[in-house]
Structures are given as C-alpha cells and as structure tokens.
Design a protein around this ligand. Structure first.
Ligand code: LER
Ligand code: MN
Length: 279
C-alpha cells in the first residue's frame, strides 16, 4: 500500500468542466484534487457529488492572493479584503470537505514591501491569526507557503515560514513546502522538509522546471524518503505550471495542454516508481 496520498492542483485545468477534471485524476490513480481559490468557479454541490462519483476528495484549496486582497498591505481596506477572502476560502474548504487551505502572508509578485518590513510582518501575523482562527472555527487548517525570491520579497524558505508560524497562536496552522520554490531557495529540499517535521501539513510537488516529476533535476528519492520518515500524512499535491514568468496568463490562454492528461499521468506514475525504492 502506498505511504502517500496524491493530489493535483486544478489551475491547469482552467476552462474544463469539473467532471472532466475529476474523471482524469481518478483514472490516473489520484486520491484528491486541489481546487483553485476562486469560489465563483465552482458549484460546491457539484464538486461534492462528482468527487464522490469518481472516488476522490478535495485535498486543499490553493488561495489566490492579489494586490486587492493582501494580508500585510499597509492599506486597511486591502487587508480587510485579504481577511474576508481567507474567510471565504475557509468556507469553501469546509463546503467541499477540504482539510487545508493555503495561506500566504503577502501576495504573488509583490517584490518590495510597501511599508517598513517589520510593520508588514506584524500585519501578516495579526491577519494570519484572524484568518486562522476563522478557519479553525469551520474545521479547516491553514498552511503557510513560501515562494521563491522572484515571486515575493517576503517569505522565501521553510525556516522563515516556521518562524512566522511560531508567532501565531493557532493549533490548526502549519507550513507548506512547494518543491519548485524550494529547488531555488533551499540548500536541500529533503533537509528543509525534515526540519519542518510535524509542522509540515501540505506540499506542492514539481520538478525544478515546474513540470512533471522526472523531467527536471530535482532528486525525488531523498524527498519522498524524508516525507515518509517524518510521517507526513498530508497530500503530495502536484502543482505544475508552464515555463514562463506569466504562468497564470498562459493557463488562461490555454497554453498548458501537456499539463492535463500527459503530466497528470506521468507525475503520479513516476512518484509511485520511486516509492518502490524507499527503505
Ligand atoms: C502557489 O501555490 C505558488 O506556488 C505560487 O507560485 C504563486 O501562485
Ligand atoms: Mn505552490
């Protein structure tokens, strides 16, 4: 029996009906799907029904923060929208039975602080705390995700996320390691996961080129060995995106065809082969 549960981030399926998405993942042996944090894109009753029909669950919600909804923005209105957005995503997670929502203390592509860094950090802690308490009240965990230096000035490595986590007073919060960002920022992906230990509640799996595992230069064996050794019981969630500085734009334009059937099938098959080599 596999020591892992597998999920796939649905952003690259944008534009497809939900049944097509769920059928694909079920066919290739996935346990779950990670939904995009855009509640308007989904009919929650349909998600529950279709997932049940295909024998998969929703692992997680990948929140999409923007300049309009930023937990650490010096402008009070944008911070409020950031917190409101987190509440909405927590409700979405609860509706579809997802145990985890991803939380980012800053927004994608914000390359400089807009206020002194200490101040933004305090705001991030305060608002992650508020968002996390709400998520807890609806039975959802929050996972803090670092992004690489070309996507944020703020939290780039897991040790920084762990420091932030230590400032929160939440039993439902953990850290989330995305292998694409880690391949750029961590000395060793496996060692960074090992240091996170029991605080690691979610993962995004990708090769160094953000394509299917096995197509880049990350070494998956020590990574899977570590995840198994630390008793990671969350989902190995493929988050694969096109090789461009504007991956979300490319996805919207339909330039991610190989990320549907081809990479979904290849990714899980590759990792299941590595599983056989673990001690
Ligand atoms: C999201 O999970 C992520 O990894 C980022 O690159 C920003 O979307
Ligand atoms: Mn990610």
């Amino acid at each position: 029996m596999s020591p892992f549960k597998y999920s796939y981030n649905a952003i690259v399926f944008t534009g497809e009906d939900f049944t097509t998405q769920a059928r694909r993942l079920s066919r290739f042996g996935y346990d779950a799907i990670e939904l995009v944090g855009e509640p308007d894109w989904y009919d929650f009753a349909e998600v529950r029904q279709v997932c049940a029909d295909f024998g998969i669950v929703v692992s997680s919600i990948c929140s999409m923060f923007s300049t309009e909804r930023d937990l650490s923005h010096p402008d009070v209105e944008r911070r409020r929208k950031g917190v409101d957005y987190c509440r909405e995503i927590a409700d979405m997670a609860a509706e579809v039975g997802a145990p985890i929502m991803i939380a980012a203390p800053s927004v994608w592509n914000k390359m400089h602080p807009l206020a002194p860094l200490d101040q933004e950090r305090e705001l991030a802690v305060e608002n992650l705390q508020t968002a996390g308490e709400y998520a807890n009240s609806v039975g959802v965990g929050i996972a803090i995700e670092p992004w690489n230096r070309y996507e944020t000035y703020f939290i780039n490595r897991l040790d920084q996320a762990l420091e932030l986590l230590a400032e929160l007073d939440l039993s439902n919060a953990g850290v989330h390691g995305d292998m694409f960002h880690m391949a750029i920022e961590e000395g060793s992906i496996a060692e960074a996961y090992a240091r996170a230990g029991k605080h690691l509640t979610h993962t995004h799996i990708a090769d160094s080129n953000r394509a299917a595992p096995g197509t880049g230069n990350s070494d998956f064996k020590p990574v899977l060995q570590t995840l198994r050794d630390i008793g990671f019981d969350g989902y190995l969630t493929m988050e694969l995106l096109p090789a461009t500085a504007d991956p979300f734009g490319w996805v919207k334009e339909g330039r991610a065809e190989e990320f549907k059937d081809s990479y979904a099938e290849q990714s899980i098959a590759y990792l299941k082969r590595i599983e056989q080599e673990l001690s």
